[in-house]
Design a protein around this ligand. Sequence first.
Ligand code: ADP
Ligand code: MG
Length: 432
Amino acid sequence: MYTAAFMVTVGVIGWVTVLVVSDTLERQAQRGLENEASALVDEFKAGGRQDLEAALAGRFANPLTHIRYVLIGVDGRALLGDETLLPYGRDPAGSVASRGAGPRTAARALSDGSRLVVADDLADVRHVEAVIRRAFLIALVIAGALGLGTGSLLSTALLRRLDAITRTAEAVVAGDLTQRITHTGSKDEFDRLAVTLNRMLDRIDGLMVNLRQVSTDIAHDLRTPLSRLRQNLETTNRRAATLDDYRVAVEQAVEETDRILDIFSALLRIAQIEATTLRKGFHPVNLSELFHTVADAYAAPASDGGRTLAADITADVWVQADQDLLTQLFVNLVENALLHTPQRSTVTLELSVRDRSVVAAVCDDGPGIPATEREKVLRRFYRLERSRYGPGNGLGLSLAAAVAELHGGQLTLSDAQPGLRASIAFTRELIL
Ligand SMILES: Nc1ncnc2c1ncn2[C@@H]1O[C@H](COP(=O)(O)OP(=O)(O)O)[C@@H](O)[C@H]1O
Ligand SMILES: [Mg+2]
């Protein structure tokens, strides 16, 4: 297509060029003829027939000229020069501006009744035209060959690369999520597309792995309380003797069921938060106040358990946030700090502002979490070996991480030396 368009353009330009050039040259030739005719007439006026003939003889002797002459007598016959020009002498008034096949001519009537015709076959002009035509023809052929050649090269290269993408996409559709598009490393559009698509596939793969992991975890972790429930009911059925035995058993069953329901609602909550991308429940929240509220609420339970709850809170820090979710996040962290530390530990709530960045943290001086486990505890149901049989369901940090992410931050677990420091830094755009 492009090649054809290009060739048509070259052709049109060639045609127009030939027209313009030959028109200009023909006008020039005509003017030259008129001048020549007038010069000869002047010659005649000055020195009569004799001088004119002498001048013409001089012209005939010049081998370089392409102008032909004829002097026509009163009887209409050629007195001198080229007889083939006789027909052009019939117009005594002047020139026959013959376009096309014939020569260009200029004619003059002389005072003695004879006529003079000067003619030019325009061989030069035709020659120039032919040269231009040939040049454009060659250009046309070269352009066509180049266009077709590069066009087909480009399109095969293009098709090959598109093919690579299509093949990978088909493999993925067929279920092989490990396939990736090979790229050449040339950093062109196709490579960028390939890299982006590969990143997308990585993300989908990650989500799929995560989903599979979560489903197995859920199945696995809900089995335990359910089998415990079933076991208890069965034992009661076999052993219970009195009405009181049954009442206790039913109470236990209700408790167990509540725990299971709690796990379900926590799971649903996490899924919901993770699926939320719109921060539509966000309002300005006084984070300092929220921290004080949590600190106040947990002061009594902390001291009951023999722990100290301290607070180091910068006043009047406002962020754009979901108040309920943020409260839940810090409650989870404080509960962890109270639950997974020995007595006489100190738990500190910190809220600090440094170069307009807000960091909220809950620290303790307990056993902490080993570096290798810090990423794993954020997973659903993952609990350290030592806390596996204590209270809790292993979902607290998962929920905290999801809430932190919704707020554009990341839940960071680090070593408080000793103990655990769990912190989130708020993104600038959310800080008021
Ligand atoms: N402050 C902490 N100090 C030590 N270990 C902790 C602390 N917070 C959490 N952990 C460990 O991380 C695990 C996951 O925490 P979480 O998701 O809240 O589950 P849960 O508290 O229900 O066990 C806990 O089981 C515990 O082993
Ligand atoms: Mg917890």
